[in-house]
Design a protein around this ligand. Structure first.
Ligand code: AMP
Ligand code: MG
Length: 418
């Protein structure tokens, strides 16, 4: 549903802040709303929150209470599909013109062999969508007890995530004034592109450790909004070693308007606690890195840490919870070096995290210092790893990577001679 304020963007955006001030609070709020993706933020937080409730319940029902074999991926599969069905249904109702680049498609569920899985996914997604409306949630988003969702509708919702990605997207508020005047062209330019990872960090999910529900809005290849739901992340970094400390938070960033952390159960309108990456010295740094060796070259990270003078052990954590931890001051550096298998990083694994870090005052690039390009398709293309850190630390990490690469090349050359 196109929200009225979006229709007004072209009329309000050119006004200077002074006018918004003198015209009273109501107009100022409208003016700011037109620039801050306020509706998108509310819809995205509501969608991620409902998906987090679903994945937590899948974990409690299927992982905690059922006997699973070590390699049993079924809870992840059930959680992934149903969380994507929930989020895509909500996005499809709230922003029907927007594209979605999601990790899953429904082919396996539609196959005759997928019938049992399909009914489980449909039941879970239906329950998550039709639970009572929370304050701030709207029935127009396809949620609440008045709605009913058929299996076909939910399968179609999952498949709404099969967009190929690219540079298409709704025009940014700043360029809406320059849009062509015809309605059809304006509609075409206003379509945005969401990226979705319904369960990022599937291994962490299965271990009962960190995982995240990750959603971002990309417009003209620039990430404007990022929401990361972390059901198992301690509410504060200082309490992370306390098993009884409250867990579960959502981090949200809107380009130009900061990064914030909210409790999972906070009202939709809550602003939350502002996040800022502190400036850390080498003695306070600890590298945030993957748990899974197949996802990042951890031996190279150790080399970089040594060059940087980092003495603390790395903090290993699954999923984009690493970005959330970094944004609130933990660790100081997120380093993800490619393992050399030719794997291409997926845009849904970094879009929400990148805007979060930038809005928390940090920098995100690949290991050569190049910006991540979210307009190339479903992957980041030929990018070479990911480096995220506060501004001062980031440039030091890039330099340390260069030194570590030279060191590694020298050692490899010597080994070949022997
Ligand atoms: P993490 O929890 O940070 O280790 O990252 C989880 C993400 O790693 C998953 O969502 C996958 O999309 C992604 N992934 C899978 N294989 C690889 C790989 N070979 N290199 C880097 N990332 C990968
Ligand atoms: Mg992922």
């Amino acid at each position: 549903m196109v929200t009225p304020w979006r229709k007004n963007c072209s009329a309000t955006h050119g006004l200077p802040h002074k006018l918004a001030r003198t015209a009273g609070k109501g107009i100022a709020r409208l003016f700011l709303m037109s620039l801050t993706y306020a509706t998108e933020r509310q819809v995205a937080v509501a969608a991620v929150r409902r998906a987090c409730a679903l994945t937590s319940s899948v974990f409690n029902k299927l992982v905690r209470n059922e006997t699973l074999t070590k390699d049993d991926k079924s809870p992840v599969t059930v959680g992934d599909f149903s969380a994507q069905a929930v989020i895509n249904t909500i996005l499809g109702r709230a922003f029907p013109s927007d594209a979605i680049v999601g990790e899953e498609d429904s082919a396996d569920l539609r196959a005759p062999s997928g019938e049992a899985l399909r009914s489980r996914v449909v039941a879970l997604a239906h329950d998550a969508l039709t639970s009572e409306l929370e304050p701030g949630e709207q029935e127009a988003w396809g949620i609440g007890p008045a709605h009913s969702h058929t299996a076909d509708e939910l399968m179609d919702a999952i498949d709404r995530g099969s967009h190929p990605g690219g540079r298409a997207g709704r025009a940014r508020a700043s360029s809406i004034r320059a849009l062509p005047r015809t309605d059809s062209m304006r509609r075409a330019r206003r379509a945005g592109m969401w990226t979705l990872d319904p369960i990022d960090g599937t291994k962490g999910f299965l271990r009962g450790e960190q995982y995240a529900v990750c959603l971002a809005l990309v417009v003209d290849a620039r990430v404007e909004l990022g929401v990361i739901g972390c059901p198992n992340l301690p509410a504060s970094s200082s309490s992370s070693s306390d098993a009884a400390a409250p867990r579960g938070c959502i981090v949200v960033a809107v380009r130009g308007h900061g990064a914030h952390q909210l409790p999972l159960a906070a009202p939709l309108s809550a602003a939350g606690t502002r996040l800022a990456i502190p400036t850390l010295g080498a003695a306070e740094l600890s590298l945030l890195e993957s748990v899974e060796k197949a996802h990042a070259k951890l031996s190279f990270n150790a080399r970089v840490a040594r060059v940087l003078g980092v003495t603390r052990p790395p903090t290993r954590m699954d999923s984009q919870a690493k970005y959330a931890a970094l944004a609130r001051g933990d660790g100081g550096v997120y380093l993800r070096m490619p393992t050399g298998t030719g794997y291409r990083e997926k845009i849904w694994d970094h879009a929400p995290g990148s805007v979060l870090i930038e809005e928390a005052g940090g920098v995100v690039t690949d290991s050569r210092g190049q910006p991540l390009d979210f307009g190339l398709g479903r992957t980041l293309g030929e990018n070479f790893g990911v480096v995220a850190a506060g501004k001062e630390v980031h440039s030091k990490v890039l330099e340390a990577i260069r030194v570590a690469q030279e060191e590694e090349a020298r050692e490899e050359a010597q080994e070949q001679k022997l």
